[in-house]
Ligand binder design. Structure first.
Ligand code: CP
Length: 326
């Protein structure tokens, strides 16, 4: 956890003693095992509160600026729902072309503007490092909602919450990541975060041109986590506890012909899943294109729609934490 809080203008109460008060959330590298467990614990409380009473006023009077330079359905709407479930308000900027960004305003100037009106800023941007740049120029906490092919820390936290809720543990798991591991920021963050767990094996299954980046693999190796690389699922599927499927990201390819060669490399179907354990889960950050057949959706192991809902609770937890209320 970063040690030096920013100083948002929050005059009431003793927020400053709360862990994560005023902190940016830029990378999973900021999280210790204790921090991860804390997020899971708070998210679990949020789940109970939403199931019992729906909306409550923990963040009444607080404002979130939701600043998205790239398309999003889940991250954007779950952060908005999270703030509103906690009694706060949202400035939604999902179409930056209708903001002063279209007039050429820089990212630092845009966040300097929004910090005048909001208590926390959630940022998605196509460039790696954009969230860190924004954080440097902003007095209010920045939450990275995806920076290009870099990281997506809140997704990785909701992924670990999903695993915990669904399988009841975070240790001693065989995790297989499938698909676009080169451009998929969710798997970069999740692989790093899972190094906080013990007894983990990570299997990477992808076409040769979409392999997990070496820097991520090196970081994972440094933590002593066993990793395997394959081009087919055959060998690893029977021992997999978590199958994490990803979309091949067309928008990151320079040449669409290269995308066409790999876009249908893997399709999870009920037939393919006959080789998997009865008690395991299939996850996907979504959106999906063709990599999971619709026919698999009714299988109890298909956890990807439940995973989206868990995202709401984790984002409620993170907003409460950086605003000093958890
Ligand atoms: N998982 C995820 O980031 O989805 P969105 O792109 O819809 O936000």
């Amino acid at each position: 956890m970063p040690s030096k809080p920013k100083s948002p203008c929050l005059p009431f109460g003793d927020h400053k003693t709360a862990p994560w008060y005023g902190q940016d959330i830029l990378s999973v590298k900021q999280f210790s095992r204790t921090d991860m467990e804390y997020v899971i614990e708070v998210a679990h409380e949020m789940r109970i509160m939403v199931e019992r009473i729906g909306t409550f006023d923990l963040l009444k009077g607080k404002i979130l600026a939701n600043l998205f330079y790239e398309p999003s359905t889940r991250t954007s709407s779950s952060f908005m729902a999270a703030m509103e479930r906690l009694g706060g308000a949202v400035i939604p900027i999902s179409e930056v072309r209708y903001s002063s960004v279209a007039k050429g305003e820089s990212l630092p100037d845009t966040v300097r503007t929004l910090e005048c009106y909001a208590d926390v800023i959630v940022l998605r941007h196509p460039e790696v490092g954009a969230a860190a740049l924004a954080a440097k120029h902003c007095r209010k906490p920045i939450i990275n909602a995806g920076d290009g092919i870099g990281e997506h820390p809140t997704q990785a936290l909701l992924d670990t919450f999903t695993i915990h809720e669904e399988l009841g543990r975070l240790d001693n798991l065989n995790v297989t990541m499938l698909g676009d591991l080169k451009y998929g920021r969710t798997v970069h963050s999740l692989a790093r975060l899972l190094t906080l767990c013990s007894g983990i094996t990570l299997n990477y299954v992808s076409p040769d041109v979409l392999m997990m980046p070496q820097d991520v693999m090196d970081e994972v190796a440094e933590k002593g986590i066993p990793q395997t690389q394959q081009t087919t699922l055959k060998k690893v599927l029977p021992r997999t506890d978590v199958l994490y499927v990803t979309r091949v990201q067309k928008e990151r390819f320079e040449d669409v012909a290269d995308y066409d060669k790999v876009k249908s490399a893997y399709v999870i179907t009920p037939e393919v899943m006959k080789a998997a354990k009865k008690k395991m889960i299939v996850m996907h950050p979504l959106p999906r294109i063709t990599e999971i057949a619709l026919e698999f959706d009714d299988d109890p192991r298909a956890a990807y729609f439940r995973q989206m809902e868990y995202g709401l609770y984790v984002r409620m937890a993170l907003l409460a934490m950086v605003l000093g209320k958890a």
